[in-house]
Design a protein around this ligand. Structure first.
Ligand code: ADP
Length: 388
């Protein structure tokens, strides 16, 4: 115990030993070679931890940064032992030297343990070559995907455009037929014409809905969209349905988003018109639209007091062409909610619903305040710019 306290009390005391120059027979060349080499190693060992610290602070998301810092401390202590070895030629602080060596030993063991733990994680990290080939593969996949997407969009456009023309002819001829020969037709004949006209109308709606669905995501430019004005515009355009449903709409103040206006209009138009359409008979319809600020995103809600949706259909209704009712009960194409989901997915948000059959349904959707589509991501991602 005495030795222990004495050691620390006389940590920098050099009176027990001669300076290293006087310990043995050193030639100037030999001594200065020793000193110069030790100082060089010390300088290099001091630079390594500085580089490591800078790397860890600049490079965000380095796995297990503590291993890097521990490794830096280990190298720095190794450097300190070399510095002391050089100074021993004039200043024989053997106690301090022993203490620094002891600390170096402890930190070395800790570094070894940390490295063993880090090993499995490090072995899973990609090398820049592996990363490069994966990036190339992904870029190729994105290119292929966008090409087939474009083809599909083109196909949907051409098909619907080309379908629209004969459809128009059919509707025109049906109208002509009715105008010219309507008087001469019996009840069954007129019924046939009416059914054909209604079917042609449904086909037009289906084609238009499909066109809207296929166009989603084709425009990248965003603008500032005041959601209050947008909802007011939708309600104005659907006044007749609002009146028919004897509906009151409770609209709370909504935020302004930076997004594609048509996309947002499609989403809220589908949700609002569904709220009006799937209403309970013999009850005044009530819609409530509100938004909550969730920090990085807004959460919107469109609630109705309509027929509701059974829990087993919560996911299904977002799939294209999935309808829970026959066309005779409620008209529709089964594309509206799929379009909403496609838009919200592209915006990096989420859409879901909560409902009680016979009481009402609330659709929730989150939209990030800073919407980043894949296209924008590719343009701003630092990894992509690094590889350019
Ligand atoms: P559509 O209304 O043209 O049938 P949607 O994709 O908009 O197609 O909706 C899919 C299905 O989800 C609807 O057929 C309907 O059964 C159900 N649904 C959608 N909105 C509501 C709602 N607000 N209340 C009850 N059911 C709904």
């Amino acid at each position: 115990m005495d030795q222990f306290t004495d050691f620390f009390r006389r940590l920098t005391d050099t009176s027990d030993w001669p300076p290293r120059w006087f310990c043995g027979n050193w030639t100037d060349f030999h001594g200065w070679l020793y000193i110069f080499s030790d100082l060089t190693v010390w300088l290099a060992y001091m630079a390594i931890p500085l580089i490591l610290v800078r790397f860890v602070t600049l490079k965000k998301g380095v796995p297990m940064p503590s291993v890097f810092l521990l490794f830096g401390a280990f190298i720095m202590l190794c450097g300190a032992t070399h510095l002391l070895d050089a100074t021993m030629f004039w200043w024989p602080a053997y106690r301090l030297n022993a203490l620094i060596r002891f600390l170096t030993g402890v930190v070395s063991i800790a570094t070894v343990i940390a490295l063993i733990r880090y090993f499995n994680e490090a072995i899973g990290l990609r090398t820049s070559g592996e990363y490069e080939s994966e990036l190339q593969f992904r870029q190729q996949a994105v290119q292929e995907l966008s090409r087939s997407n474009q083809e599909l969009q083109q196909f949907a456009y051409v098909a619907s455009h080309d379908l629209q023309a004969p459809l128009k002819t059919i509707v025109n001829y049906l109208t002509l037929l009715e105008a010219k020969y309507g008087e001469q037709l019996d009840v069954d004949g007129r019924k046939l014409i009416n059914t054909s006209t209604a079917a042609a109308g449904r086909m037009r709606t289906l084609i238009n809905d499909l066109l809207d669905f296929s166009r989603v995501g084709s425009v990248a430019e965003f603008e500032s969209v005041d959601m209050n004005a947008l909802i007011a515009e939708i309600l104005e355009e659907h006044q007749e349905e609002v009146k028919a449903a004897n509906a009151t709409v409770d609209l709370e103040p909504l935020p302004t988003l930076t997004a594609h206006r048509t996309d947002l209009k499609q989403v809220f138009q589908n949700l609002i018109t569904n709220g009006l359409k799937y209403r309970l008979p013999n009850a005044a319809t009530r819609l409530k639209i509100y938004a909550t600020d969730e920090g990085k995103s807004y959460r919107f809600a469109v609630a109705d007091n309509g027929i509701g949706i059974a829990p087993q259909h919560y996911e299904r209704v977002f799939q294209i062409f999935q309808r829970l009712h026959s066309r005779t009960d409620y008209p529709g194409t089964g594309i509206g909610l799929a379009t909403c989901k496609k838009i919200i997915d592209i915006y990096g948000g989420q859409i879901w619903l909560d409902s009680t059959p016979g009481v009402g349904t609330t659709f929730y959707l989150t939209i990030p305040k800073n919407i980043k589509t894949v296209q924008q991501y590719v343009q701003t991602d630092p990894l992509h710019s690094l590889n350019r």
